[in-house]
Write a protein that binds this ligand. Structure first.
Ligand SMILES: NC(=O)C1=CN([C@@H]2O[C@H](COP(=O)(O)OP(=O)(O)OC[C@H]3O[C@@H](n4cnc5c(N)ncnc54)[C@H](OP(=O)(O)O)[C@@H]3O)[C@@H](O)[C@H]2O)C=CC1
Ligand SMILES: CC(=O)N[C@@H](CCC(=O)OP(=O)(O)O)C(=O)O
Length: 307
């Protein structure tokens, strides 16, 4: 039996993880009651007693939690963006590249990927690795998230009735996810990241437009599709669907831990739209955390996930 303390268990991500772990007989979930859940002494004790801790906290509180751990045994999964490019942390995206799952399995510190980077990296990293996109190619990424991506505060704002249908943000192009997108895609230059939030609770679309005719090897849409299928072959969570569709819905994978990739575009024009759909709270957060926990604990990687 593995004990797992969830720090931040009543937040949006914490509740998703608790749902996925409910009923598991191989995992004992440890929670602090309402009166003690922000008490540093109570958290220190829980953090050090558990085999695993999952941090579902704002970045500063996540850094504080890690600093409270003073034993070599407790292993950490951080859902925040505090450690996404930090030395000594394994990047918790098992399917991203050969070796990732093994690195997670043995790591003491695993950072969950960001929700937007999960879609972006699945689309781009395999193509960079295959040499179809040069590492120094300029890349843009447009993405839309459900409002639960902003946690309790944004949920309250949207559910109070005053929020707009569609809100582009991050307009100064300094979003906190850019560093992890650049690093883990193996890019030489930061992508231009244009996020937006839509008035739907959960779900996400991440899109990368490409001028194929301007790439050195002038790859075809079929070549990109083949490379993505080869990269994720056998994964029950990350799949490549036909890009020959008229429209894609932001809630396509809402309520699941799936990530669907498509290579769409106009072959004659040499224009591609790489599109990923996921649930920001699924493969983008809670599902990824449970998958990483399973892998670290040597269990079925997909136990408790919503396939
Ligand atoms: N929402 C999403 O789609 C995703 C979120 N994440 C990341 O997961 C983390 C959690 O996000 P999310 O669940 O959305 O956020 P929420 O705001 O919904 O929840 C955060 C929780 O942390 C609690 N908390 C804050 N400070 C402390 C502290 N010092 N000690 C103990 N508890 C504390 C909050 O308490 P209180 O209830 O009192 O406010 C709240 O319950 C963030 O780092 C976020 O970036 C990652 C991927 C996707
Ligand atoms: C809609 C919305 O606001 N989304 C958040 C990202 C979701 C999140 O908090 O995830 P990370 O932990 O990966 O940062 C944002 O843009 O900051």
């Amino acid at each position: 039996m593995n004990s797992v303390f969830i720090d931040g268990a009543v937040g949006t991500t914490g509740l998703e993880i608790r749902d996925r772990l409910a009923g598991r007989t191989d995992i004992a979930v440890v929670l602090l009651d309402e009166a003690r859940r922000k008490d540093a002494d109570a958290r220190r004790e829980a953090l050090n007693d558990a085999d695993f801790v999952i941090l579902c906290l704002p970045d500063d509180a996540a850094r504080e939690a890690v600093a409270l751990i003073d034993n070599p045994r407790t292993r950490v999964i951080d859902a925040s963006s505090a450690h996404r490019v930090a030395p000594g942390w394994a990047y918790g995206f098992a399917e991203l590249a050969p070796g990732c799952q093994d690195a997670i399995a043995t790591a003491a510190r695993v950072t969950n990927p960001g929700c937007y980077p999960t879609g972006f990296l699945a689309l781009v990293a395999p193509l960079v690795r295959a040499g179809l996109i040069p590492a120094d190619n300029p890349i843009s990424v447009n993405a839309t998230s459900g409002y639960s991506g902003g946690g309790k505060a944004m949920i309250a704002e949207f559910e109070s009735g005053g929020a707009s249908a569609f809100r582009p943000y991050g307009l100064q192009l300094a979003h906190k996810h850019v560093a992890e997108m650049t690093t883990h895609a193996g890019l030489a230059h930061a992508p231009i990241f244009a996020p937006a939030v839509a008035n739907t609770y959960r779900g996400m679309v991440v899109e990368v437009p490409l001028h194929l005719h301007a790439l050195p090897g002038k790859p075809t849409l079929a070549a990109l599709d083949d490379a993505l299928r080869a990269a994720f072959e056998g994964s029950p969570l990350v799949t490549v669907a036909s890009g020959d569709v008229g429209a894609i819905d932001i809630v396509e994978n809402a309520g699941t831990d799936r990530l669907t990739l498509r290579v769409c575009g106009n072959a004659a024009a040499g224009h591609a739209r790489l599109v990923a759909t996921l649930d920001n709270l699924g493969k983008g957060a809670g599902g990824a955390a449970v998958q990483n926990l399973n892998i670290m604990a040597g269990l079925d990687p997909h136990a408790g996930l919503i396939l």
